[in-house]
Design a binder for this molecule. Structure first.
Ligand SMILES: [Zn+2]
Length: 418
């Protein structure tokens, strides 16, 4: 009798389990059937959205026609986009268009064009049927991060920087900045440390891109180099050294980035082609034929020609004191002639081996008040220095960046917000 009772109990438990399972299945089916569906897009609230990434060959009119717009509507929307958002064409693989409908089968009531992660253009249809356009700028959530490292034996700054996790674009900017103060051939040695503070831009908690370089420090052989980004009271942004002097100089010591110095400035050296000793009035940078040569500073071309020593050369006057000369070019840049005004960094010609030269390289001279000076050591004038009020503010701000570097170097996975 005892045994039969047990069997009865087990049967009851089994029935209860089956009942529960059935209820669960019904609940799941009900949930699936009542879930809203948005076709090829998705539905949030009462809106139906579909997102199109612009592909190569797509035009606005094609994409709009595909969504059921009439020719007249396409023309009207294109007109509004041009006049209110200055958008005349779409870029393949980067622009996105979102089409919003009030119901799955309703006509499009809103178009959102996303030309950059920080800008949205919304085109909506008024109750009277007219299309209006509104631009929304999205403010990135800026996080200041730190990357630092050390030069190892046989390292270049580029290698060490990449190893420290400095992103490519940021590293190139840092190199450009340091190049005003440093000779990467002579000032870089194993054991030297460097620090970079830069912004990362976030939207909705996700990293979108990198922002600006805020501070750079390098323990160079000839003394520590420190540079800080600062905005003056009248809204001009620049880089300054630790004392508030302009870090951006009117001339660059190394016009071509990351090029190796093959011969330095000297008052006497054995000429590689002529064989006898004579002064080398400039610095030679090895680079392959055709490498663009940027102007070391803003100025005006005062000579362009050929002579047996320099080959094809250009001379630029920068101000009352400074001139630079570029020799052995394979060719000149189009449109750069005597009298042309050039900007700092503008291509003036291309590396070659014309004139007295043993191989493709740039021979670069800086002439100060008519006298040749060593490009690697000459003290170069700053483009702008800070006024008294700005300088006081700068020195305060510098402390914030310095303490940021100190904190983050101990906790490289942290970030700060300024
Ligand atoms: Zn030379």
């Amino acid at each position: 009798m005892e045994k039969a009772k047990n069997i009865l109990n087990i049967n009851n438990i089994a029935r209860a389990v089956i009942c529960l399972a059935l209820i669960l299945v019904i609940v799941v089916i009900v949930l699936i059937c009542t879930r809203p569906r948005g076709g090829d897009g998705s539905a949030t609230g009462d809106e139906y959205r579909s997102v199109v990434v612009v592909a190569s060959g797509d035009t606005l009119s094609k994409l709009l026609t595909d969504q059921g717009f009439s020719n007249a509507q396409v023309l009207e929307i294109a007109k509004v986009l041009k006049s209110d958002a200055n958008i005349t064409s779409l870029r393949a693989d980067s622009d996105k268009i979102e089409f919003v409908r009030d119901a799955a089968d309703a006509p499009v009531s809103k178009i959102v064009i996303i030309p950059s992660p920080w800008r949205q253009v919304e085109i909506t249809c008024n109750p009277d049927g007219a299309w209006v356009c509104q631009t929304v700028d999205i403010t990135p959530d800026k996080r200041v991060v730190y990357r630092g490292g050390e030069i190892l034996d046989g390292d270049s700054f580029y290698l060490a920087g990449a190893r420290a996790g400095i992103p490519d674009g940021i590293l190139a900017e840092v190199y450009d900045l340091l190049a005003f103060e440093m000779d990467f051939e002579r000032d870089v040695r194993a054991g030297q440390k460097f620090s970079v503070l830069f912004e990362e831009n976030y939207a909705d908690g996700k990293k979108v891109d990198n922002g600006r370089v805020l501070a750079v420090q390098f323990e160079a052989l000839r003394g520590n180099v420190k540079m800080y980004r600062f905005k003056t009271a009248d809204g001009k942004t620049g880089y300054y050294d630790e004392n508030g002097n302009g870090a951006i100089k009117s001339l660059k010591r190394t016009p071509i980035n990351n090029a190796k110095v093959t011969s330095s400035f000297s008052t006497s050296r054995k000429h590689p082609v002529l064989g006898y000793t004579r002064a080398h009035k400039g610095v030679d940078f090895r680079a392959s034929t055709g490498t663009p040569i940027p102007s070391a500073g803003a100025g005006r071309v005062v000579a362009r020609g050929y002579n047996s020593g320099h080959g094809n050369y250009i001379k630029i006057r920068h101000n009352a004191s400074y001139e630079t000369l570029y020799a052995h070019m394979s060719r000149f840049a189009k449109g750069v002639v005597v009298g042309t005004t050039v900007k700092q960094g503008q291509t003036i010609g291309y590396v070659g081996s014309t004139g007295l030269s043993t191989g493709p390289h740039l021979h670069y001279e800086i002439i100060k008040d008519g006298k040749h000076v060593n490009p690697m050591t000459v003290k170069l004038p700053a483009i702008s220095n800070l006024g008294k009020a700005d300088k006081e503010k700068f020195l305060e701000y510098r402390k914030t960046l310095d303490s940021g570097i100190e904190q983050l170097s101990k906790h490289p996975d942290w970030f700060i917000q300024l």
